[in-house]
Design a protein around this ligand. Structure first.
Ligand code: ADP
Length: 422
């Protein structure tokens, strides 16, 4: 009972000790020291086995005649001889092992005990003990128990080491990721700075360009009206060109300015309540010279009888861009239908034309900035490719949506849906 108590106590101490495996063999030396002392062994040894080799972890002997012989032996032969696979522990009585040990260890009268280091049924080594006295049943049972427990301690340490190294690999990876993230964040900030600089540059330049352009348009208008004297044919033609080109350039600059304002986030809504039909009629009036020039008939159906809560100017710009495009991409003597109506809680605007139409693959593309589809109208007319991009942004500012229904050759319908929930 006392032996049992002492050895169990020692085993529990050994398990709780913070051994460092497998860097040094001190753990195995201590393990053998404790067992040798407790069981009065002459010698003992710990060996690991893998598929091809036997490696000595520790060997302790009081008698130099009892030497470490196993690590010199051929792996497969020794395994066969010890038959470790089939027995947990055995006291050396096996006829095939005895001659080998007697030949090698000289002291044939010693008693030997072998115990497997194993987890479940997987053997990874063995411990052997040498004693002058025969091993009692109690000693065999206790040694067997001790080696079983040591098996778990050893594997536990190994597993711990694997986990520790995996953890450190993981920590390294996290650190690397953090580094990469910091670099990306830095670059991102630089990009944002560059983008802001570009936006404010565009806004400033556009603003500076508008003042002289307005003067050019105003003065060429005055000249065209012949207030300060008659113009000959060529003079009138050239001043007319200057006037039209300046108006086109002003339109382009205004679009760029609007877009840079939208992109910088400084574009705000100026909400008010109005009847959509007032805005529509005003825009149709503004575009009447273009409609007349192409002899286009415009039909307006209004069934939205409520007031709309929106930005009047931006709503007009949306109408101007959509009806302007409908005129631009319609044939001579064409027809355009504008509808304003209610669909559940939405206000809906539709601008339908029967012009050239748009291929399905371009239906999303045309809402991106500076995009145009190659056709005779975009080649000849004053287009910037910004109109629909600005329209979409204005619709989004109102928490609305815009899409196009169109077929090449049959015309297009642009549909704007605005919610009154703002
Ligand atoms: P812009 O009209 O200045 O070229 P937009 O952004 O307004 O720029 O339009 C982009 C492109 O979408 C146009 O170049 C044209 O190819 C196509 N598009 C727009 N509206 C229509 C329409 N009503 N019918 C046919 N194509 C259209």
């Amino acid at each position: 009972m006392t032996i049992k108590y002492q050895i169990l106590n020692k085993l529990s101490n050994a398990i709780n000790k913070d051994y460092c495996l497998p860097q040094g063999d001190s753990f195995y030396q201590e393990m053998l020291n404790e067992i040798n002392a407790e069981f009065s062994c002459e010698a003992s040894g710990v060996y690991f086995l893998d598929d091809i080799s036997i490696s000595k972890k520790a060997f302790l002997s009081k008698d130099k005649n009892v030497a470490d012989v196993f690590s010199k032996e051929k792996h497969s032969e020794l395994l066969k001889m010890l038959n470790l696979k089939s027995e947990k522990t055995f006291v050396l009585k096996k006829p095939c092992v005895k001659p080998f040990l007697e030949a090698n260890l000289k002291y044939a009268e010693y008693n030997f005990l072998f115990s497997k280091l194993s987890i479940k049924n997987s053997i990874f080594g063995f411990v052997f003990f040498v004693k002058k006295e025969p091993f009692s049943d109690e000693e065999i049972a206790l040694l067997n128990l001790s080696v079983s427990i040591y098996s778990y301690v050893i594997k536990d340490f190994e597993l711990n080491n694997v986990l520790k190294s995996q953890l450190s690999i993981l920590q390294d990876a996290i650190l690397e990721k953090e580094e990469a993230y910091k670099i990306i964040k830095k670059q991102n900030n630089k990009l944002i700075e560059a983008d802001n600089a570009k936006t404010s540059f565009l806004a400033n330049v556009s603003h500076e360009l508008r003042t002289p352009l307005n003067a050019i348009i105003g003065f060429s208008d005055v000249l065209l009206n012949q207030i300060f004297g008659k113009l000959n044919k060529k003079q009138a033609e050239y001043i007319g060109d200057i006037n039209r080109s300046s108006i086109h350039l002003l339109g382009l600059i205004n679009s760029v300015l609007d877009f840079s304002k939208i992109e910088s986030g400084s574009m705000k809504l100026n909400l008010s309540k109005f009847y959509p039909k007032d805005a529509v009629n005003e825009v149709i009036n503004l575009l009447s010279s273009l409609l007349d020039a192409k002899e286009i008939r415009i039909i307006y159906n209004d069934s939205y009888k409520e007031e709309l809560n929106a930005d009047y100017q931006k709503f007009q710009q949306i109408l101007f861009n959509l009806i302007g495009n409908a005129i631009k991409f319609s044939k001579q003597k064409g027809e355009i239908i504008v509808r304003t109506k209610k669909d559940r809680e939405y206000f809906v605007l539709e601008v339908e034309d029967f012009g050239i139409g748009i291929e399905k693959k371009y239906h999303n593309f045309i809402f991106k900035k500076f995009t145009q589809i190659d056709n005779i109208y975009t080649k000849t007319s004053a287009s910037t490719g910004l109109g629909l991009a600005i329209t979409k942004e204005y619709v989004s500012l109102h928490n609305g949506k815009i899409h196009v229904v169109s077929k090449l050759g049959s015309g297009s319908t642009f549909v704007v849906k605005l919610s009154d929930n703002r």
